[in-house]
Design a protein around this ligand. Sequence first.
Ligand SMILES: Nc1ncnc2c1ncn2[C@@H]1O[C@H](COP(=O)(O)OP(=O)(O)OP(=O)(O)O)[C@@H](O)[C@H]1O
Length: 625
Amino acid sequence: MSTQAPERHEFQAEVKQVLDIVVHSLYTDKEIFVRELVSNASDATEKLRHTQLTEKEIFDADLDLEIQVTADEESGEVTIRDFGIGMTHDELIENLGTIAHSGSKAFLNALKESGEKNENLIGQFGVGFYSVFMVAEKVDVYTRSWHKDGECLRWSSDGSGAYEIDTVEGERRGTRIVIKLKEEYKEFAKKDRIEAIIKKYSAFVQFPVKVEGEELNTVGALWLKNKSEITDEEYKEFYKFQANAFDDPRFWLHFSADAPLEINSILFAPTENMEGFGFGRMEPGVALYCRKVLIDSDPKNLLPEWLRFVRGVVDSADLPLNISRESMQDSSLIQKLNKVLTKRFLKTLEEKAKKEPEVYDDFWQNFGLFLKEGVTTDFTHRDQLLKLLRFESSYTEEGKTTSLSDYLSRAPEGQKEIYYLSGPSRSAIESGPYFEAFKARNIEVLYLYEPIDEFVMNHARAFEEKNFVSADSDDIDLDAISPETDTDKPEALAKEDSEALCSFIKEKLGDEVSEVTTSERLVGSPAMIVNADKMMTAQMRKMMKAMQQKAGGPDMGGEPPVKLQVNPRHPLVKNLAGLRDSDGELATLISRQLLDNARVAAGLLEDPSAMLQRNYEILEKVSAK
Ligand SMILES: Nc1ncnc2c1ncn2[C@@H]1O[C@H](COP(=O)(O)OP(=O)(O)OP(=O)(O)O)[C@@H](O)[C@H]1O
């Protein structure tokens, strides 16, 4: 039937890679090729339905929108047919010969990052059309695009390295995929087998699916059903179908509203955080429907950016059906939907946190970063988000967290601020000098382990009108909140001795310190650097410097002079006060060492070599005595 000799094309290199992995992997679930092809057929039909809304001239306009599957056990052939948008010559090359689409690209990236564990990954991805080559010896794709002046085409390949395209005659609009099964996979051409597979994976397809002319019972638009009619199993299956997911949903929110907009929606929180696995930034995945007609499978502004991990469906009868993707981005309707959905989702999280704290805690461990991102980027929802934040603290056990409300409920009457400390771990924070004064007074401190946490504190500034304050700040009057519990403290240096020592240290350290004072905040440590800059802690300054250097930006310059505080009750400090007169040289070395040790505790010492050298010098002097 061909009118010309077929054109031969090589698959793009990446496609060959995918084909090689798919065909030669030990992946056992060969049957998923049916799911992939039926879902492509459904997508193409959805697109046609959408095209019909705006285009008048559609080829074969009167065809029924259904998916037909036939199987011939004898010849070992399965055919999957849709009457969707079909493909033009260029689209065939683009879609079935190159990797431009999301699924396979993510698959390849994941493979690159996973190293050896390839087999597991294949099951986690829809590898799309190419999965058919797991079972097929040859595949013929007959297709006719919806455009009035199109041609009927045939794309054929055995999946080994190349494919051919030629023109044929007599095709109806849409796509017909004829799969010649490999001898060992002929079981897939049994009617019962294929029916069972479709029921298992494709129950939510929006169009009638007919196997050998008999329509299968599919579930259809789950979101329009009454909650009481839906089983948990159905929700889970729907999530997998809709999100192309391999995990179960963590929880879901099925809600309907009539005002201010008519909405029927199911939103899912996934179990796995794929960004956390290093899969790169997630794309939004809540599909937008209007009365069961798909408007956009991944609209960008339907939810705020920081909710990009949410999956599901939103159906609003208020949307104009012919809304274009472009105009949709700025539509005030979308903004309204965004507002309602975000509020509802956050409310669900609040309820989870209250009624099922373990479920929420686990969610927080996996998806907390997204909520923190929300605090730093989304002013509108900041207050709601702050209630959902969780941190370890000096009052929680290791690995357990507290909310900010609970923190405040425990705070003594006079405490007007929320204190936090950043550090790489609980033990690092608790053994540092800054925690001592809080511990001695039983004042709770939040522990911040993630780089983003300080940005969160900085952006939010306050929670319920109590400012967030880093516990290394200069001017915290802890005695005003709660007196120290230990009354049996070693005696402090006399005032004039302290003052003389401070000016000695200041003189010896010169421009490296802006000020040297004594501090009653220290308990077991001899000295500490305090943060005079309310806006930026030392950790944050360091992080921003690293970021700027990475981005090739201007150097932020060396460290600004720091404020050093010494503990007048510490034996080392007391000894130093005496040493000043008897051995000025050693006293100078020790003062310098004191500053560097305080820098280490503050995470500020970048190059320890000079400090080590000096350390040896001191040891040498002391050991000679
Ligand atoms: N039955 C079909 N009708 C029209 N176009 C199709 C059909 N099947 C596949 N295509 C086109 O080929 C492309 C590639 O399909 P493939 O199944 O490999 O990936 P995908 O559906 O885009 O992504 P994934 O399945 O991984 O989510 C599709 O995006 C679509 O444009």
